[in-house]
Design a protein around this ligand. Sequence first.
Ligand SMILES: NC(=O)c1ccc[n+]([C@@H]2O[C@H](COP(=O)([O-])OP(=O)(O)OC[C@H]3O[C@@H](n4cnc5c(N)ncnc54)[C@H](O)[C@@H]3O)[C@@H](O)[C@H]2O)c1
Length: 389
Amino acid sequence: MTFRILTLNSISVRGLERLPRDRYEVASEIGHPDAVLLRSADLHEMELPASVKAIARAGAGTNNIPIDKFSKLGVPVFNSPGANANAVKELVVAGLFLGARNICQAWAYVRTLQGSDEELDVAVEKGKKKFVGYELPGRTLGVVGLGAIGVEVANTAHALGMRVLGFDPQITVQRAWQLSSGVEQAVSLDDLFARSDMVTVHVPLITATRGLVNAARLKLLKSPGVILNFSRAGIVDENALLESLNAGKLGAYICDFPTTQLKDHPQVVALPHLGASTGEAEENCAIMAADTLRDFLENGNIRNCVNFPEAVLARTAGATRLSIANENVPNMVGQISTALAGAKLNIADLLNKSRGDLAYTLIDIDSVVPTSVIDQVRGIAGVLAIRSL
Ligand SMILES: NC(=O)c1ccc[n+]([C@@H]2O[C@H](COP(=O)([O-])OP(=O)(O)OC[C@H]3O[C@@H](n4cnc5c(N)ncnc54)[C@H](O)[C@@H]3O)[C@@H](O)[C@H]2O)c1
């Protein structure tokens, strides 16, 4: 079986290499595509052919994809969570040093100096007193949000000798396994702020996290504290932050989100949204999207999906696999099993997972499954899509 992939943006070659040419036709114009691979192309107004069985985005966000529309068609939408985590982590770690050693402010000072080398020497020796910093070992970093990026930041800061406190009430089992055992748990956000010299936020911008760094929490932070924000601007209450900086309570704000108020402030280092801007991050996203898509097309397995549940089943040797996207309603597996039993087909293995209104079923069957049976299952009310692999 060969698969046809429609690309709607240029996708890193390293990613496309994961789709072997003997099994995949990949092009920006292609008839009857099995799947769409994209980055930022807007699918909201685009009609895709009915042959499309999956959408894969080389990137984390999926605002450009009408998820509900594809859910109703039984089409999984994949993304690449965490593929840029190392890129963001490296910039955050750079931010720890920028904040602890006043590096940008010191560099800006040197650029203002005028005169001969001898005069510079005098100015340097006199001026450096203003930029005395501190070393990281022994200092405490609070990490809010222990997802893909937060865990990497916490582990690296701990390896640098920092005491690290983490807070994430919804940490996943996978992330908990990745987290260094030296990272301590804060009992609340206030507890984290009260015990930290530096705080870095790695949470999505949602109602619960908007303004999470606020006046009350900035008061709790040790002085002169450092806030790092490489997540989203709105997580920090900008006015409260400026008040704290101007009152001398907060020492520095290192972020990826310049605003008119922030960009020229002497204690702010605002970078132009550079967190994920590395060639490697782009490649990692493309590789993850291509690998995920391939496993779905060839084996029906679902990972890194934003609408259907994770569903991964090792293949039974010699078996035919049915992959079925269905509504999460009672007796779906019963009806499917009855249809298979009626055709004297034996189930070797079965996995059924649900997520909200949707469910997904993988069934390995000991023999070939006739088209008539597949059509019968397709006709069950609530079955959204079925494939035989
Ligand atoms: N600067 C950049 O270029 C850049 C690049 C990538 C991601 N980001 C931002 O970084 C954020 C984190 O990315 P990620 O890949 O680590 O996401 P992720 O989904 O892997 O992790 C987010 C974590 O935040 C936790 N969380 C949610 N609400 C919380 C709360 N109220 N308190 C504590 N924890 C909470 C979740 O449980 C989850 O573990 C993204 O949402 C995005 O906004 C920025």
